[in-house]
Design a protein around this ligand. Structure first.
Ligand code: HEM
Length: 376
């Protein structure tokens, strides 16, 4: 018996459904027997969401390769550490130190100051605010707020549009961005500094890694922040200093911005029911894994109290896992915490006014928006 597969168009395969409503397609697949199902996405593809599958895909880097994964079709994410297979460990070893929890503490004060540069209205759209706040905080952390905000915004804006916009080549915009990054990197190398660019500029390809990290970090953090504000506005009991960390974890469980990760098989993969050919796509889904009722009680409910206990192993993967665990995990958590602490300091009552929280999958999963809240 071959692996199960959701309803498919005989000629076009699953591509039309993948393009129009991928979450519905994944959810349909998750209802089929077993925790592995196949899709036809131009290439044969398998999606798994069991802890065993996640562990296998994220730890066997020889079989599950990143080169050729979906990231290659998005120029923003296509390159540098994200698509490196050979020598990945060594490259991460070089990039990791400035992103450690300890090293990032030195940046906390300037992230705080960057947040306070914009006055908060009593009612605001949490999605639009998160977008600006994360841009400012990233500018503070990477560039000590010296980077041209307008260029940063122009560079990142196409990423959150629906496909195919993020996949279109933008050689002029990328060249402008690289030129501005290189200029600032040279200044850091000659005059010193203590922002993230100062560390990254020391390595060959450091400017490109900086550009890729900004793209990997902006929408993911923006969407997490906007979802977190919206959920806190609906569950005000968690809107207090001790409630923020569990609320962030729970938000990332329900709406992991990296809703799906992809790899390519370097060799045929025997799954018992079926042998997948070399070159097939292998997908893992932080979204499905974190909503599997076999591992989570009331999986669709926002319940930060569940974080009093550790999550089931390999079922909670908003930052991926294994050797390719998100480079920016500690930075993202720092930005999310600081932004929510700032809101808490600005008002003790957060209420949802109106909005459209329906998830909108693109390169990252985000709320449709707007998400208008009142803080008083
Ligand atoms: C809440 C915010 C974030 C989320 C949910 C998130 C999620 C993820 C996920 C799921 C992966 C693994 C992808 C895979 O397995 O294919 C990843 C990798 C990565 N992330 Fe993040 N990310 C976030 C913020 C950031 C930030 C702020 C940065 C900035 C440094 C960043 C940089 C990266 C990089 C460079 C990788 C590739 C790592 C590698 O392949 O070795 N991310 N992220």
């Amino acid at each position: 018996m071959p692996l199960p597969s959701p309803t498919v168009h005989p000629q076009a395969g699953h591509l039309p459904r993948w393009a129009s409503a991928p979450l519905t397609l994944l959810e349909e697949g998750a209802q089929l027997p077993g925790k592995l199902f196949t899709l036809r996405l131009g290439l044969p593809a398998v999606v798994g969401f069991s802890p065993e599958w996640n562990r296998r895909l994220l730890t066997d880097l020889n079989t599950f390769r990143s080169a050729g994964s979906f990231s290659r079709v998005v120029p923003y994410l296509s390159g540098g550490i994200i698509l490196t297979d050979t020598g990945h460990k060594e490259r991460r070893h070089a990039l990791n130190p400035p992103f450690s929890k300890r090293s990032l503490e030195t940046l906390r004060a300037r992230v705080r100051a960057a947040l306070r540069a914009e006055r908060l209205d009593s009612s605001f759209d949490a999605l639009a605010w998160a977008d600006r706040a994360v841009l400012r905080m990233l500018n503070a952390a990477f560039f000590d707020s010296d980077f041209d905000t307008r260029l940063l915004h122009a560079f990142l804006a196409p990423l959150r549009s629906p496909f195919p916009v993020p996949a279109l080549p933008r050689p002029l915009l990328f060249a402008r961005m690289d030129a501005a990054l290189s200029r600032l990197a040279r200044t850091r190398l000659t005059q010193g500094g203590d922002d993230l660019l100062t560390h990254l500029a020391r390595w060959p390809g450091g400017v490109r890694e900086t550009r890729i990290s900004l793209a990997a970090g902006h929408d993911t953090t923006t969407h997490s922040l906007a979802w977190a504000v919206w959920h806190l506005a609906q569950h005000p009991a968690w809107f207090q200093a001790d409630g923020l960390k569990p609320a962030i974890r729970e938000t990332l469980r329900l709406y992991p911005p990296g809703w799906m990760g992809s790899r390519r098989l370097s060799q045929p993969l025997d799954l018992g029911a079926e042998v997948l050919p070399k070159g097939a796509l292998a997908l893992y889904s932080p979204y499905l894994s974190a909503r599997d009722p076999d591992f989570w009680d009331a999986p669709d409910a926002f319940r930060p109290e569940r974080w009093e206990r550790p999550p089931p192993a390999w079922s909670y993967l908003p930052f991926g896992g294994g050797e390719r665990l998100c480079l920016g995990i500690h930075l993202a958590n720092l930005l999310l915490e600081e932004a929510l602490l700032y809101l808490l300091e600005s008002g003790s009552q957060l209420r949802a006014l109106h909005g459209n929280p329906a998830p909108r999958p693109g390169v990252t999963l985000g709320p449709s928006g707007p998400l208008v809240v009142r803080l008083g």
